[in-house]
Design a protein around this ligand. Structure first.
Ligand SMILES: *Cc1c(COP(=O)(O)O)cnc(C)c1O
Length: 446
């Protein structure tokens, strides 16, 4: 016992803190494993914040990965994992590196690589972890110790500190800067070809920025007239400009977006793109084009370090098969992107009507006012800067971002205007989540 026999006016008797183990057990409702709760309990006791331990457990749980309802209207939201994707695979072996034809060791790249090649109109393709990895591998395999010509208008940071000149240095290739920031001509590339030992001329798509005004850039067709191998990093992963997997014509917002098939047709020897942008698949990087060049990339030691796992290849195969079936509806990104405005409006109106039926309008104290508004959705994911397309949202009076995000099924929206309104764009919300969204809005208080 720590209490002294003579009562003291200075130090009141202190309750003995609970044991770490018993506090951790009392937090079991959080659903976190005991070992994690022990850490939470230990920290709470050390900080003398035992009463706050349940909140700390909830906060700890929020750091785990969990499904999120995307109400931002940004279809490929980098913070929300870019393209939404479902993939099923039971606990089973696969023929990942076994040729079922002759029973010999096969390549994990063969199955999906061939399908991607067919879908993109390429001779061959291989898959790595992401497009940044694809750029690194291509430079290391095809240009180490030699020059790579890049227009000064394309020496960019693509995001997350991925800077073209830095990647070039890491790969051992020598950057040969060509032209100027706003204007680069074929003659600039010709001069680079004459002055340097060029391995590649590289075209990098202006995914996340635009140079406007007095500008000039060299097309893939023009680059193809060089003697040098042409590599195009298109990033976005649009497979085919004509979008044969959609019922209607290609959407207008894709007007200036390069596509893998057409970039190869225009004369690029290799095209590089992401798996989880406009392709709508898992995180991956794809190198497609001339069979010799793809094989050289596959033989480089970095290919082993950058190779994707069987789960990713399985998910990518499902995605590519949907393209080959021309079934855009089977690809969540395209399903969301091509939902007609009337369908979105009807979903939003249904939610608002149900809210009003429950007293959800300004004339009922305590409940929030909700209305249907026109919005603009954007592709996102560092693709198509400045491009938006019509969408429909729910405008909830007031700032409810925290309340919505802190739900057990988090909803992420955005804030606009003065006085502020919370916008939930329904284009990026799966229709199966409309009921959850309705329940969340009903639960909001002014
Ligand atoms: C997005 C992008 C990348 C990076 O792709 P990740 O798959 O995220 O590594 C590279 N190049 C371009 C042009 C891009 O748009």
């Amino acid at each position: 016992m720590t209490t002294s026999p003579t009562p003291s006016t200075e130090t009141p008797p202190r309750e003995r803190p609970p044991s770490v183990d018993s506090l951790a057990r009392s937090l079991a409702d959080s659903g976190l494993p005991h070992a994690v709760l022990v850490e939470v309990a230990r920290a709470a006791i050390a900080d003398g914040a035992i009463a706050e331990a349940p909140d700390a457990a909830i906060a700890r749980k929020r750091r785990m990965l969990t499904p999120v309802i995307n109400g931002t209207g940004v279809l490929l939201h980098t913070n929300l994992g870019r393209a939404p994707l479902s993939h099923e695979q039971s606990a089973t072996y696969t023929n990942l590196e076994l040729s079922l034809v002759d029973g010999k060791r096969g390549s994990r790249q063969a199955a999906v690589g061939e399908l991607i090649a067919t879908a993109a109109g390429a001779e061959a393709a291989i898959v790595v972890n992401n497009c940044a990895g694809a750029v690194l591998l291509v430079l290391a395999a095809l240009a180490t110790g030699r020059g790579v010509a890049v227009s000064r208008g394309e020496l960019v940071e693509i995001g997350g500190g991925f800077r073209v000149p830095d990647v070039m240095a890491q790969s051992g290739a020598q950057l040969v800067e060509v032209g100027t920031t706003n204007r680069t001509r074929l003659a600039d590339f010709r001069k680079a070809e004459a002055d340097h030992d060029l391995a590649l001329a590289m075209h990098i798509h202006q995914s996340n920025y635009r140079i406007i005004g007095f500008t000039e850039a060299v097309s893939i067709q023009a680059l193809a007239s060089l003697d040098t191998t042409v590599v195009a990093d298109i990033g976005s992963g649009l497979l085919d400009r004509s979008c044969p997997w959609l019922d209607g014509p290609p959407p207008r917002w894709l007007d200036n977006e390069p596509a893998a098939r057409q970039t190869l047709q225009d004369g690029a020897d290799l095209v590089l793109f992401s798996g989880d942008k406009l392709l709508g698949g898992p995180q991956a990087g794809i190198i497609a084009g001339s069979a010799d060049l793809v094989a050289a990339c596959g033989r480089h030691p970095l290919a082993r370090a950058l190779r994707p796992g069987g789960l990713v290849l399985g998910a990518l195969q499902q995605t590519v098969l949907a393209y080959l079936r021309r079934d855009g509806d089977a690809i969540p990104f395209w399903r969301m992107a091509s939902q007609p405005l009337e369908v979105l409006r009807h979903r939003a109106q249904t939610i608002v009507a149900s809210c009003s039926a429950a007293g959800g309008d300004a004339s009922h104290p305590g409940t929030v006012a909700v209305e249907v508004i026109d919005t603009e959705a954007v592709p996102g994911g560092g693709t198509l800067p400045g491009v938006g397309f019509p969408s429909i949202g729910l405008a909830i009076a007031g700032n409810h971002l925290d309340a919505l995000r802190l739900r057990s099924r988090p909803i992420v929206g955005r804030l606009v205007g003065e006085p502020s309104a919370t916008i939930i764009d329904v284009r990026t919300v799966d229709p199966d989540d409309d009921q959850e969204l309705l329940a969340a809005i009903r639960g909001l208080r002014r």
